[in-house]
Write a protein of this length. Structure first.
Length: 281
């Protein structure tokens, strides 16, 4: 791959959420149509042009509590990422320790992971074959975050854990090669208007309901990324924080995006994200 200078900003378009026109509660089915890959919903996306800032060399300026995301450099001992059982056996334990190290948390519970591989022209997106997300979103609402604690922790532990600070954090990293293709961009929490920008979106599973936030367009949003992030690098994505008094960032909107500076011979993006419940004494 040729060595290219890193641009400071790249121009792209991002897909934002637009709420149902009739004022009803937004919902999305988690079952995709087998032929089109689309999921039924009662709302639509709207595309907006944005500038994404490349913060390569300034990664240390961003933190979970200040901005909602935090970059790190920490090579993984597990590198194959080819088998779910091996990932849970080998990658989970080292990632728990890394999360504790980076956050100061006393307890970390990983509740799932997703491997994403971009497949141009393939419309099908199933739990076994996931593509990069191409729309601005926040993974959790307050209600769904609390529900996660009850779902993944023993009933005798959940009440006491909910009395203290807890977070939901995703640990994201490229696998096998640098992520020049369809990288991840994150929105600085300080540029988000929580009351205006966020719309709860019910996720309809076959056996239950979850909830995420759709994110509406706001020209104040400031988007950041690290160009060509390597498998030895990664980012913590804050999806929820129980401290909601304005003193810390609570979340960060994020999405994959088409980077106009991607080299023509760049390998297609492959990445893994772990989702963690993070507790503090």
């Amino acid at each position: 791959m040729p060595v290219l200078s890193d641009p400071h900003f790249v121009d792209t378009t991002l897909r934002y959420f637009t709420p149902p026109a009739d004022g009803s509660k937004a919902w999305t089915s988690t079952n995709a149509d087998p032929t089109t890959g689309k999921r039924a919903s009662n709302w639509e996306y709207q595309t907006h042009p944005v500038k994404v800032e490349n913060v390569r060399g300034r990664e240390s300026e961003y933190s979970l509590d200040k901005n909602g995301f935090q970059y790190f450099h920490h090579p993984s001992q597990h590198t194959s990422f080819s088998n779910d059982e091996e990932i849970e056996r080998e990658y989970y334990p080292e990632s728990i320790e890394l999360l504790k190290q980076l956050t100061g948390a006393s307890r970390v519970v990983l509740f799932d992971h997703t491997i994403r591989r971009r497949r141009p022209g393939d419309l099908i997106d199933t739990p076994e074959k996931r593509q990069p997300v191409s729309a601005v979103h926040v993974d959790q609402t307050t209600a769904s975050a609390i529900a996660r604690v009850h779902r993944h922790l023993p009933p005798e532990d959940a009440p006491s854990l909910l009395e203290k600070r807890f977070q939901i954090i995703n640990l994201w990293r490229p696998i096998h090669h640098p992520a020049y293709d369809w990288p991840l961009t994150l929105c600085d929490y300080n540029t988000v208007d929580r009351k205006r920008d966020l719309i709860p979106n019910t996720l309809k599973y076959p056996d239950r309901e979850g909830e995420t936030y759709g994110v509406q367009w706001n020209e104040a949003h400031q988007w950041k990324y690290v160009r060509g992030m390597t498998p030895e690098e990664g980012v913590l994505i804050k999806c929820f924080d129980s401290i909601e008094d304005g003193s810390v960032a609570v979340f960060t909107p994020h999405t994959g995006f088409e980077d106009s500076s991607t080299p023509p011979d760049a390998l297609l993006r492959e990445s893994i994200e772990l989702r963690a419940l993070v507790f503090y004494d």
